[in-house]
Design a protein around this ligand. Structure first.
Ligand code: ATP
Ligand SMILES: Cc1cn([C@H]2C[C@H](O)[C@@H](COP(=O)(O)O)O2)c(=O)[nH]c1=O
Length: 214
């Protein structure tokens, strides 16, 4: 555990419901009196949001895999220095939509750069600051992609438009990451209704937050 604060990340494939559920959960926990800083990757602060625009620009089809991994790590470094670490030092609960496990699953596994290689550039970026708890929203990638296609009018980013095989490989990548960090990562069945997923997430979070306060 980090010395101060509590660092929670939410992970999973495209359209798994992370952003939607996170906003319900933050509203509920804030109403219960928890002091939460919610943020996302890549992004969260000015410089990292700029890097996000570069990484996810769907016209940059020539981007090399290692460049992609390094850009995510650079965005993460700045985000950690400017926002995550100060909030934790201030004893806040930080809830972040994606973090290092996304790099391990997408770049390390699905892009084929190697989980160990991507972990090592991320260790340079974040030192020892790993999440205290990670919720992995697990979902058949085709369901997530359908959700996005059906409900979202957002423009598809450079990663969204990758093949179904790539997204299936991302899911396998996350399963590999769970094998490495079984105590930190809690798997959530994201195929359930939004209400049920929110309920399950709140249950896990309340339990962790309460045991941390003991
Ligand atoms: N449990 C659910 N069942 C059905 N649809 C859902 C569920 N949760 C979210 N959705 C819908 O699926 C779409 C994608 O949800 P959301 O943006 O929260 O996913 P995400 O995991 O943040 O995706 P991404 O990582 O691609 O940004 C939204 O239109 C949302 O309303
Ligand atoms: C942090 C991180 C993210 N990604 C990918 C995952 C998604 O395709 C996009 C982010 O878009 P979202 O709508 O905010 O989920 O980036 C990645 O490949 N590696 C990472 O480290």
């Amino acid at each position: 555990m980090n010395n101060q604060g509590f660092f929670i990340t939410i992970e999973g494939p495209e359209g798994a419901g992370k952003t939607t559920v996170m906003s319900d959960v933050v509203a509920q926990l804030t109403a219960e009196g928890y002091d939460i800083v919610s943020t996302r990757e890549p992004g969260g602060i000015r410089i990292s949001e700029h890097i996000r625009e570069v990484i996810l620009n769907n016209t940059y089809t020539e981007m090399d895999g290692r460049t992609e991994a390094l850009l995510y790590a650079a965005a993460r470094r700045q985000h950690l220095v400017e926002k995550i670490a100060p909030a934790l030092k201030d004893n806040k609960i930080v809830l972040c939509d994606r973090f290092i496990d996304a790099s391990l699953a997408y770049q390390g596994y699905a892009r084929g750069l190697g989980i160990d290689e991507v972990l090592s550039i991320n260790e340079f970026a974040i030192g020892k600051l790993m999440p205290d708890l990670t919720l992995l929203f697990d979902l058949e990638p085709s369901i997530g992609l359908n959700r996005i296609a059906k409900h979202d009018d957002r423009e598809k980013n450079r990663l969204d438009v990758e093949s179904l095989a790539f997204h299936e490989s991302v899911r396998e990548g996350y399963q590999e990451v769970v094998k490495r960090y079984p105590h930190r990562i809690h798997v959530i069945d994201a195929s359930k209704s939004q209400e049920q997923v929110t309920k399950n997430v709140l249950e896990v979070l309340r339990k962790s937050l309460q045991s941390r306060m003991k």
